[in-house]
Design a binder for this molecule. Structure first.
Ligand SMILES: [Mn+2]
Length: 334
């Protein structure tokens, strides 16, 4: 059991608190941070939720009161330099905070990691609250609230529910358990509109996103056994589809749904000299070692990395790593 009471104590003893999550934020990181934001505000804390990326359109519903800020050095550095405490949700790796992490480090801020990703022993977190058995970081925020007898308000419940819903693939993935459903029940009791959240997250594709999906499906590639499927995205495709960087989220999950595919890989050239790598497994193979080898990390069945280099440089490396893992593991079972 994690000592959530000690975290309550730490929070009670400070005034100014920064909340953040990883780049390209998802429903779990944002939902967890939002739930905590509303709790801290109710406690009269001076807190802000600042993260490094643009807010994905599908999570606008979390942003009532425009509480989610995108980091800008000129706007935020002064404030960040004065914080007493930073709470980081679902980050997986300290580096995935980018400049926010650098600011926290250079100002020697007490940074607390709240996460269900494996502990990377980064050393830059002053405290780690890690529970790799939790289906979502949102579940851990729920545990934190429980430990402090904090009643769930609607706003807190919306954040927690969003975390659990998105990280369990709407209560379908293998990490879904009774506790996830119990949390959902309590959130619904607080008036959370579950179908509205579902629609916001999964039924708000832009036309550019769908056009891009068409392009990637057209050039989807498979290995000899058909267990591995991969696709690449370059700027030409983005331009042709009229898509933006946020539009690529979820494509790897979709490719994993193909019958016979065990591992799906996306490689997206997201800047001149970096590629974003996304890996998804149905469960037969553990794929976070591949992400690690590429400088990233993640869960056993869902992981990613941002690697230096062009598509032509990164693709062969990722494929070689992935093929090696498939050959080595020859079928992994939990
Ligand atoms: Mn998560």
């Amino acid at each position: 059991m994690l000592d959530w009471k000690s975290l309550h104590k730490t929070i009670d003893g400070v005034e100014r608190i920064l909340l953040s999550t990883h780049e390209n934020p998802d429903g779990d990181g944002l939902g967890s941070a939002c739930a905590m934001y509303h709790y801290l505000k109710s406690q009269g804390k001076d807190c802000r939720l600042i993260q490094i990326s643009d807010l994905p359109y599908e999570y606008e519903f979390l942003n009532g009161g425009e509480i989610i800020e995108t980091y800008r050095s000129d706007i935020h550095d002064d404030w960040i330099s004065q914080v007493d405490l930073a709470l980081i949700f679902d980050v997986g790796d300290y580096r995935r905070m980018r400049q926010i992490g650098d600011e926290l480090e250079s100002n020697k801020i007490h940074v607390v990691n709240i996460d269900h990703h494996p502990d990377l022993s980064d050393g830059r977190f002053a405290e780690n609250f890690i529970n790799i058995k939790a289906a979502a970081t949102g579940e851990m925020v729920y545990d934190f609230m429980q430990a402090g007898n904090v009643p769930l308000t609607n706003e807190i419940a919306v954040g927690i529910y969003t975390g659990v819903m998105t990280d369990t693939g709407s209560f379908c993935y293998s990490n879904t358990n009774q506790k996830c459903h119990k949390i959902a029940m309590e959130c619904i009791a607080e008036g959370v509109n579950t179908s509205a959240i579902y629609q916001s997250v999964y039924e708000s594709s832009s036309k550019g996103r769908v056009a891009l999906l068409g392009l990637i499906l057209n050039k989807l590639q498979y290995n000899e056994t058909g267990e591995l499927a991969w696709f690449t995205i370059d700027q030409t495709m983005m331009d042709e589809a009229g898509a933006n960087k946020k539009d690529v989220d979820g494509f790897t999950d979709f490719v994993r749904t193909i019958r016979g595919v065990e591992v799906a890989v996306m490689i997206f050239q997201n800047s001149e000299n970096t590629c974003r790598i996304n890996l998804r497994s149905k469960g037969k193979y553990v794929i976070n070692e591949i992400a690690k080898a590429m400088g990233g990390g993640g869960h056993k069945l869902a992981a990613g990395a941002v690697a230096e280099g062009s598509l032509d440089e990164v693709l062969p490396k990722v494929l070689a790593e992935t093929r090696a893992v498939l050959a080595q593991q020859n079928g992994y079972h939990e």
